[in-house]
Design a protein around this ligand. Structure first.
Ligand code: GLC
Length: 449
């Protein structure tokens, strides 16, 4: 009996210890990601030639498989300058980039040996597009993210819902004839990931399409283990069933702050790929507000662009990136030296707090009226200024009963018109010591002054 008890105690403790090492290890891997704030998503592929939806246009039978693939003949990449891309991304404050190395359509952008359906063999581009991308990012100090679709609507062993000719000739499968078709597919896709891992040593994998199969079918756990054994520092988004390292909501900012590390990805118009007839671009004001909202909730924004088939970035997209970048560069301390802001109830709008918890940044989406109000801050305030202009703002502590733990209101004078930012103004509140918040429900003043 005693022996059994001892064994179970040992098991519990060794389990705890290994969970702890795993957590520490995960924290280390995620360290850069948690501070990144801005990433650029790139959807680049055949679909930009006709301006159709990436892969999904086939799925929804808007275009036949043959016509979709024929777009490859006009995918030139003849003005592709990844160095220029990387410099632009760096200039605007992005810390990482994620590019589609293979979307659901199955077209590989790198020199894969596992299918002929790649940019080298099928397009006039005739070259590996991932290698120079990874090189340019690294040269500019940006982290390298690779998007990879688990589902593959071209592979002959992958079942699809739309008519498709036999694609076997594009997939060399020597010695695999006797295998079960799904086993063959798993071997194929894990082989492609091995190629990507060994050739580009990615910092991040961005999987997609896991919902088409179960984790047992993908062998997700084994894949995650392999990815880590190939690149011990790699991080993985949440689309590898339950084996992701961070959450990946898309297109609508979560209303409730997600727990743990997360990233929000969003298109600039309504499409991921280049789609010239889609002119429904979000205004710069919306993109900047979204960015602020996301970082105030502790996440990163992964903002998408869809380069043209020649490798250039459409003017509208470039301008939006630059406007966001100008705003970020004017507000760098609020963006990069902060973590998520205050919980609900202290300020009507997004906030950020400095890493040392001695500064609060109030983000004004609208021009303020009468005064700016901050509630329930127990600290003495050292000073308040507008980021950008450095205008000092006068303030008064009012109401409450600090001696009885009843919160006061901080009434802050509004900035001069010329010091308000066109998009989002940031007010920096410096505290005398580490932030102490009042989070109570109120009570009677039992001892008056
Ligand atoms: C969706 C779409 C896919 C796109 C991805 C980006 O999952 O299926 O086309 O690449 O979002 O988040």
């Amino acid at each position: 009996m005693k022996f059994k008890l001892l064994i179970s105690i040992i098991l519990v403790f060794s389990g705890l210890a290994s969970a702890q090492t795993q957590n520490i290890e995960l924290d280390n891997r995620l360290d850069w990601f948690k501070k990144a704030k801005l990433g650029i998503f790139i959807h680049w592929g055949y679909y930009g030639v006709n301006g159709v939806t990436e892969s999904w246009s086939m799925y929804h039978k808007k275009i036949s498989y043959q016509d979709y693939m024929q777009q490859g003949e006009k995918f030139t990449a003849n003005k592709y300058n990844p160095e220029e891309w990387a410099e632009l991304f760096k200039k605007i404050g992005a810390q990482y980039v994620v590019m589609t190395t293979k979307h659901h359509d199955g077209v590989a952008l790198w020199d894969t040996k596992l299918s002929h359906l790649n940019m080298i063999e099928k397009t006039p581009a005739k070259r590996d597009l991932v290698a120079p991308y990874a090189k340019a990012l690294r040269k500019n100090g940006l982290k390298v993210g690779l998007y990879y679709s688990l589902c593959d609507w071209s592979h002959p062993d992958y079942d699809v819902v739309f008519p498709r000719p036999n694609t076997k000739k594009d997939y060399p499968q020597k010695g695999q004839k006797k295998m079960d078709s799904w086993e063959r597919f798993v071997l194929f896709y894990q082989g492609q990931l091995k190629e990507l891992s060994s050739q580009f040593n990615p910092d991040l994998y961005w999987f997609d399409g896991d919902w088409e199969k179960s984790e047992e079918q993908w062998h997700s756990k084994a894949l995650k283990d392999s990815l880590l054994s190939w690149n011990p520092n790699v991080i993985v988004n949440s689309r590898l069933n339950q084996y992701g390292d961070y959450k990946t909501p898309e297109q609508g900012v979560p209303v409730v702050r997600p727990e743990g590390p997360w990233e929000f990805c969003m298109t600039m118009n309504d499409n991921w790929g280049y789609y010239p007839s889609d002119t429904n671009y979000k205004p710069a004001s919306q993109i900047i507000r979204t960015f602020v909202e996301v970082i105030s909730k502790g996440g990163n924004l992964l903002l998408n662009i869809g380069p043209k088939p020649d490798g250039t970035i459409a003017t509208e997209q470039k301008e939006l990136l630059e406007t966001l970048g100008d705003w970020i560069n004017k507000h760098r301390s609020a963006v990069f030296e902060t973590t998520a802001g205050l919980p609900y109830g202290h300020f009507y709008g997004p906030t950020l707090t400095s890493k040392d918890r001695k500064k609060i940044y109030l983000c004004l989406f609208d021009d303020p009226k009468n005064y700016i109000q901050l509630t329930g801050i127990q600290n003495k305030v050292a000073g308040i200024k507008v980021l950008g202009s450095n205008e000092e703002l006068a303030f008064t502590r009012n109401g409450g009963a600090a001696w009885n733990n009843i919160p006061v209101i901080l009434r802050i004078n509004i900035p001069k018109d010329e010091n308000l930012n066109k998009y989002v103004s940031i007010i920096e509140v410096s505290l005398e010591d580490e932030l102490k918040l009042y989070r109570g429900h109120g009570n009677a003043v039992e001892l008056n002054d």
